[in-house]
Ligand binder design. Structure first.
Ligand code: 5GP
Ligand code: ZN
Length: 119
């Protein structure tokens, strides 16, 4: 069923605590934790606890939870004090765009200059 935990999904296991992560924020519907391989001084992932393969499918099925993810991404930026200088929220979608974990997640990147356009 849509949104149900997937046995083979790394981020479902982080959401349930079966795999440890450095959690920085948690709500009823979301969890935010530090990326294990940070690409910027601030690199936090915000995920819905429910399993959807990417941001667009999450938004189509659960627009309220998609909004929760976005709001939490903004809160992470504020907590990390990167909101003043500017930060980036990234949803890699599809293997060709660099998505490697197929459970929707926002990357919150900040704390250094960010080039545009990204590679
Ligand atoms: P994607 O490439 O799918 O957009 O992003 C997946 C992200 O998950 C990558 O930035 C990668 O470093 C991160 N990641 C992969 N495995 C783990 C893990 O076990 N723990 C944490 N905290 N991050 C992970
Ligand atoms: Zn999942």
């Amino acid at each position: 069923m849509a949104g149900e935990p997937q046995a083979d999904c790394l981020f479902c296991k982080i959401a349930t605590g079966d795999i440890p992560a450095t959690v920085v924020r948690e709500t009823e519907t979301t969890i935010a934790f530090r990326d294990v391989s940070p690409k910027a001084p601030t690199h936090v992932l915000v995920i819905p606890k429910a399993h959807y393969p990417d941001a667009a499918s999450l938004a189509a099925a659960e627009p309220g939870i998609a909004a929760d993810v976005l709001r939490e991404a903004g809160q992470v930026a504020a907590d990390e004090k990167v909101d003043g200088q500017g930060y980036r929220i990234v949803f890699n979608t599809g293997a060709g765009a660099g998505q490697t974990v197929f459970h929707a997640h926002a990357h919150v990147l900040g704390g250094r200059g960010l080039e545009w356009p990204p590679g």
